[in-house]
Structure formats: C-alpha cells, structure tokens
Design a binder for this molecule. Structure first.
Ligand code: ADP
Ligand code: MG
Length: 387
C-alpha cells in the first residue's frame, strides 16, 4: 500500500502538492473547472491540517515563448481564490528569489499556486525530462510532497517523480480513489468479465487488449477499431477507418481468441444505412454499431458481473451515430452492472449522453488509465513510498 495524504502530520509544514489543474481555457476564461473542483478535497485537507500549501500543476504544452502567455495558470489562481476560504497567492515565477520569498512568507493555512510547471520546458525541457537539478530545487521548497495529479502519473516529470524522489511523499485523495477503483475491478474474481472496446485506432489500444484479453471472458469490439478486425477477417469495410499496420495483429488475435472476441454483425454507415458486415459497399464508412450488434452486445452485458469500457462504439459526437454508445450505457444503468469506464473521449461520451452517475467509476486520466489497464506500473505512483 502506498502512503497517502492522511499518513502525515502537516502542522506548520510546507507541503508541495502536484495537482492536475490542466483545465480548458478560452480567451482567459475557464470553460470547464471540473479538475479544479476535484482537486479541492486534497487541498482543503492540507489547509484544515494547518499546512503551508504549495500547489504545482502543468497547463497545456509549452514549446515556444508565445505558448507561455496562452498557458498561464493565472485564471486558475482566480478560481482557487473563489473556492478556498483562505489566503491564496500566485507566483509568476517557477523558480528564483520571488518564488522563494512567497514560499518563506507563507503562514499556516495559506496557499501558493506556482505558475505552470511546463514553463520550465522552454527552451530546455527541464520539467518533461525530469531534470535532476530542477527536481531538487523544487523539492527544497517544501517538507512533504503529495502527488494528486492522476492524469500525469504515466509521465516521469520533475514536478511529480523528480520531487517525490527528494522528499517524504504520498498520494492525494484523487490518485488514491483512481487506483483503488481500478485495482478493485481489475482484480476481483467475478465472472463473466466483459471488456468493451471501441474508439478510433487499434494502435492506441494493443497493449490494453493484450493485458485484458487473457483475463476477460468476452471482448466486445466496436467503434472505429472494429474495422481493422473485420478487414483482417476479409470483410470489405469500404472507406471505414482501418489501421493497416495492425491487420496482422488483429488476425493473430482473432485466431488465438476467437471464442472471446465478439465483432459487430451490422453497422450504421455515414449515410445512416444499416448494413450487415458482409454487405458494406466500397464507398461506405462505418460510423456506429447496428441494431443487431447492440442486441448481441447487450445480451452479453446483461449477464456480466463486471465490465470495463474503453472507447465509444461510434462517432458519439454526432447524434446520428451515438445510438450504439448510448444503448450500451443504458443497459449498464438499467441492470446496475459494475462498470469502469476509462479513456478521455469515453469519459466525455458518458457526460455528453447523460450517464455521469451510472458507473462504478469513470476514470479521469486518459493516457494514465490506458497505461494502467495495460498492466503498466505508472512512474508517478511507483515512486511513492510504501506504508
Ligand atoms: P478514448 O479517448 O476513450 O480512449 P479514443 O480516443 O480511442 O477513445 O476514440 C474516441 C474517438 O473515436 C471519438 O472521437 C469517436 O468519434 C471516434 N470513433 C468512434 N467510432 C468511430 C468510427 N466508426 N469511425 C471513426 N471514428 C470513430
Ligand atoms: Mg481519445
């Protein structure tokens, strides 16, 4: 078990907490502050326990000097002041005297938000390359380090892995919740265990498939990626999205796990025609799974004891192609099937289609969750001390 935020005494201590405050901002306005709200639990815990809280986060990517003005955390600072009933300060510098002065002036319960850690990526990529000097410098500003940025746990950056190597450390409430939920559903011994995969490309998902296929009872395939599988079985998929580099991969997987893998039997085309998979014509593009496939998939889901979903069943962003994805979520809701959903677009589809409260867990980390589902130990978590 990893040490967590509740394993330390914070009275008067300077605590560096790495949060994921990477919110969408348009013209200086935050368009969705979910990530800020979710981070408040750990931040408030530190405040309530009399810490001097130093928050680090990245925002976007910094490749040029201009990127800096577009990716300042200043709007996040303004939001934090709204949400936190305490003194909140902002450091425009990511290192140097003015930052150090702000840190040294902190009193118990004060909060300091430091500017975007990725400002250190231009010009020398110090943050993303986990530069040792930068890591040690940041660590020197605090007494304890808490990692609550689940979405970056698959990266070994200075602001998560680098600092953790140089300070007593633990995970925050968000990271703890994510890994507890993921571990619970991945490791319990209940069957039938069904994995549903869709989304765009096979290449993004082969590691996840390789890890889960050995353990699950069924792998239901939809979305764009089913067309590479269908093509590997010699179906004509018209102009549907195909990942030709992975045709052999799909063919081999089908040969090995033919009994577990369930492919669509019909699809909805770009012109909203329903086609059996053997009658897709050359100019058609598959954009959703068809009604017979929905029935086939829901029959399997109904009897499943646990389900993991990664990737929508169709182009859910367009109403005409969201039905497959929606019907899968409906059966999960109706039958209360223990279901974890992971992937950035998958999480977005659940919210968009109105099922945000109907899952055992909606994992917030896109890339991090994919790596977790692949069986990888995330570096941002691996570096944290054991209890
Ligand atoms: P996640 O982020 O959940 O891992 P992906 O990024 O793999 O999911 O895929 C999500 C995208 O896949 C969505 O934008 C969706 O429109 C697209 N998609 C789903 N089905 C198809 C399809 N049949 N053809 C092309 N794109 C598709
Ligand atoms: Mg995606």
């Amino acid at each position: 078990m990893k040490k967590t935020i509740t394993d330390y005494n914070y009275n008067g201590k300077k605590v560096i907490i790495r949060c994921d405050l990477n919110v969408p901002i348009e013209n200086g306005i935050i368009t969705d502050d979910t990530r800020i709200k979710e981070s408040l639990k750990s931040i408030k815990y530190l405040i309530d326990n009399n810490a001097k809280t130093i928050i680090l986060s990245h925002l976007g990517k910094i490749k040029t000097q201009e990127d800096k003005s577009e990716n300042t955390l200043y709007p996040v600072y303004i939001k934090l002041r709204e949400y936190l009933n305490t003194n909140v300060y902002f450091s425009r510098e990511t290192r140097g005297e003015s930052l150090e002065e702000l840190v040294n002036n902190l009193k118990e319960k004060d909060v300091l938000l430091v500017e975007n850690t990725r400002f250190e990526d231009f010009p020398d990529k110090l943050e993303s390359n986990c530069d040792e000097k930068l890591s040690k410098y940041w660590a020197s500003l605090g007494d304890i380090f808490i990692n609550d940025a689940y979405g970056t746990c698959h990266r070994a950056h200075a602001s998560n892995v680098g600092i953790a190597k140089n300070l007593p450390n633990g995970i925050g409430f968000l990271v703890e919740k994510e890994i507890t939920k993921l571990d619970e559903i991945l490791n319990e011994d209940t069957h039938p265990y069904t994995v549903v995969m869709g989304g765009k490309k096979v290449s993004d998902k082969t590691l996840v498939i390789d890890n889960l296929i050995t353990k699950c009872d069924y792998l239901l395939l939809g979305g764009g990626m089913c067309f590479t599988f269908l093509k590997s079985q010699n179906y004509n998929v018209g102009k549907s999205i195909v990942d030709n580099d992975n045709l052999i991969y799909c063919k081999n997987l089908m040969n090995k796990y033919r009994d577990k893998i369930i492919l669509p039997v019909d699809i909805v085309t770009n012109n909203k025609n329903i086609r059996e998979i053997s009658s897709i014509s050359d100019n058609e593009i598959g954009f959703d799974i068809g009604p017979q496939t929905i029935e086939l998939f829901t029959d399997i889901l109904k009897k499943s004891k646990r389900v993991i979903i990664n990737g929508p069943m169709g182009v859910f962003e367009e109403e005409g192609f969201s039905n497959g994805t929606k019907k899968i979520y409906e059966i999960i809701k109706e039958k209360h099937i223990k279901t974890l959903i992971g992937g950035g677009d998958s999480a977005a589809s659940v919210n968009k289609l109105g099922f945000a409260n109907d899952f055992f867990h909606i994992s917030t980390g896109g890339g991090a969750t994919l790596e977790y589902l692949s069986g990888t130990i995330l570096p941002g978590i691996a570096v944290i001390e054991e209890k």
